[in-house]
Design a protein around this ligand. Structure first.
Ligand SMILES: *[C@@H]1O[C@H](CO)[C@@H](O)[C@H](O)[C@H]1NC(C)=O
Ligand SMILES: *[C@@H]1O[C@H](CO)[C@@H](O)[C@H](O)[C@H]1NC(C)=O
Ligand SMILES: *[C@@H]1O[C@H](CO)[C@@H](O)[C@H](O)[C@H]1NC(C)=O
Length: 555
């Protein structure tokens, strides 16, 4: 009796999962299941390597097993604009050839100040062995331009490409973005049919009426079209349509929108949309989609400094239409599956790291490095960074390794040994959003006294303004550098010797960590990382990092 009661209690407590399922900057999730394995990809924009491939057996416990775009022959990001680079990918499995395909769009320039016209053509890579990231092939480019590409393998063996393009070609009043389709040759990427206007949003023109992020499916002989509509802000939503033919007409789901938290802007989860759908081996359905966690306050007047993250909800069917989370708004806790608590402490000791010296695969550079700027062999058990001429504010690739900030409340720190010989020489840690907005604390020489100092530089404001505070430190010895991340601010600090408490030097409001200068856009989230720079001149003194650590965790 007691055992039964305990058992019931345990099930009752554990039978719910927590969103986001993949926290931190992970927008535009696309998911497939092959036998008992789920694979999921997300967008990476100007960060390299591009398109993480996550693996799970249960939709809750996800591991990054590599990146689909992991070498310069696939992705050579040079001078890529902030929030340019790799946009929404789609991951699909071609049953007949047992091959995985990942299709995406690579923008080097994106925002108005770069004066781009149109959008690039998309490209796809493939592999038969998704567990080995080196097996992904070189890109095959398609002919039809546009972004948010989808590959649909029809049951008759044909392959269809849909992308998001302007709709103004045929109907100036139809809204800005619409979906276009062409049949392609999967071997070459070449179009086999003329591009055809496929679907446009039916929302009122000022919602805004945008249809993006198409995914096509065939369920029981009927074509289903899932789209991301109404832009990337709080009106963002996912919508279903179906038809007996890829030529339409499209019938709108009476249960639309499929995911949409924008009915109540006081909610702590907003901008839900850009979804994909997957079935479990035992026949249950789930959807993955992006959403934000705005902070300070946790509603539509807050700012989601972590960017867009990957969320999950169960799907049920009614009259042949999918319904997410029983038609209810998306919440942090949803019943079903189980909860995997966030780790309280994560540390990389840079000691025999399994993944090219690192403890896992979740390290990023900004754009593609021209050559390696680090070593684990030069000093055993340390990450040695050789700074280059580029700073974090250049549209280049500084010597910097970043990790996605996964928890709102977290402390990032490192132990650094660095002996600069010039006030240009800097090495330290950064809370990094973009070329314009990064909050840094470094070891350097004071520009006037020439003494070794820590320098905390915050960047805030719509047209960001940098402000630096210096604190003198001893001439020798390692220094611990700290970034305390909170809902409302990022605080920079340091400590010496065995002191376990930081001295806080400067802070920046977190709302700036989704900002961008006027005329530009922001699609990315905050990263935390380590870097070294010669600031305009080559630097020969290395920067040695003993470990990096994050402590905290939101639940
Ligand atoms: C883009 O065009 C504007 C207006 O013509 C011009 O002022 C600006 O310098 C251009 N930007 C670039 C990067 O060429
Ligand atoms: C809107 O969301 C807030 C925050 O979750 C909640 O307190 C409020 O009851 C909701 N309003 C309605 C009308 O559901
Ligand atoms: C397909 O048809 C089967 C049998 O009628 C039904 O059980 C299933 O729910 C349908 N699947 C979808 C996705 O509509």
């Amino acid at each position: 009796m007691l055992t039964t009661l305990l058992f019931t209690l345990l099930i009752g407590v554990s039978c719910a999962f927590r969103n986001p399922i993949i926290p931190g900057f992970n927008p535009d999730p696309s998911i497939i299941r092959v036998e008992n394995d789920y694979f999921l990809v997300t967008s990476t924009f100007e960060f390299f390597p591009g398109v993480p491939v996550y693996h799970s057996k249960d939709l809750i416990d996800w591991t990054c097993i590599g990146h689909a775009l992991n070498r310069p022959s696939q992705l050579n990001l040079r001078g890529t604009a902030p929030s340019g680079g790799i946009f929404a990918p789609t991951l699909r499995y071609h049953e007949a050839s047992k091959t995985f395909y990942m299709i995406t769009t690579w923008f080097d320039v994106i925002s108005p100040p770069d004066n781009t016209t149109g959008t690039p053509r998309s490209m796809y890579v493939s592999t038969k062995n998704i567990l080995d990231e080196t097996s992904w092939g070189d890109p095959i480019y398609v002919d039809q331009w546009g972004f948010d590409p989808d590959l649909f393998f029809d049951t008759d063996g044909k392959t269809y490409l849909t992308t998001t393009m302007g709709s103004g070609f045929i109907d100036p009043d139809s809204g800005y973005f619409a979906i276009w389709i062409t049949e392609i040759d999967l071997k070459t990427g070449n179009s086999l049919t003329e591009s055809r206007y496929f679907y446009r949003s039916e929302l009122p023109i000022n919602t805004p009426r945008l249809a993006e992020g198409s995914h096509i499916y065939k369920f029981n002989g009927t074509y289903y079209l899932l789209t991301a509509e109404a832009g990337t802000e709080v009106q963002h939503r996912a919508m279903w349509h179906r038809s007996n033919s890829l030529h339409g007409p499209w019938e709108s789901s009476p249960y639309n929108p499929f995911v949409f938290n924008g009915r109540n802007l006081s909610q702590p989860i907003l901008s839900t949309g850009h979804a994909d759908i997957v079935q479990t081996p035992n026949g249950d359905w789930y959807t993955v989609f992006l959403a934000t966690r705005p902070q300070n306050p946790t509603d539509s007047s807050g700012v989601p400094q972590l960017g867009r993250e990957t969320f999950l909800a169960p799907v049920t069917w009614k009259d042949g239409w999918p319904i997410a989370n029983g038609g209810k708004d998306i919440t942090f806790e949803i019943s079903g599956l189980y909860n995997k608590p966030r780790p309280k402490v994560w540390q990389d000791h840079f000691w025999n790291g399994e993944y090219n010296g690192f403890a896992d695969r979740r390290y990023y550079t900004q754009r593609t490095p021209t050559k390696a700027f680090h070593s684990f062999k030069a000093r055993k058990g340390w990450l040695r960074l050789y700074g280059n001429v580029y700073t974090l504010s250049d549209r280049q690739t500084p010597a910097m390794f970043l990790r996605k900030q996964e928890d709102i409340n977290t402390v990032f720190n490192t132990e650094l040994e660095f002996y600069p010989t010039s006030a240009r020489h800097k090495a330290g840690v950064t809370a990094f959003l973009s070329t314009w907005l990064h909050q840094d604390i470094v070891i350097t020489l004071h520009p006037e006294t020439g003494k070794r100092v820590v320098a905390a530089t915050t960047r805030t404001g719509k047209e960001p303004v940098a402000k630096t505070t210096y604190v003198e430190i001893p001439e020798t010895g390692t220094v611990k550098l700290w970034i305390k991340c909170e809902a409302d601010k990022y605080t920079l600090g340091y400590s010496l010797g065995h002191d376990r408490k930081a001295t806080w030097v400067a802070s920046a409001e977190s709302k700036w960590m989704q900002s961008y200068p006027s005329g530009w856009q922001n699609f990315v989230g905050t990263h935390l990382g380590v870097f070294a720079t010669g600031d305009g001149l080559p630097i020969l003194v290395p920067a040695d990092f003993k470990w990096i650590k994050t402590e905290g965790g939101d639940w």
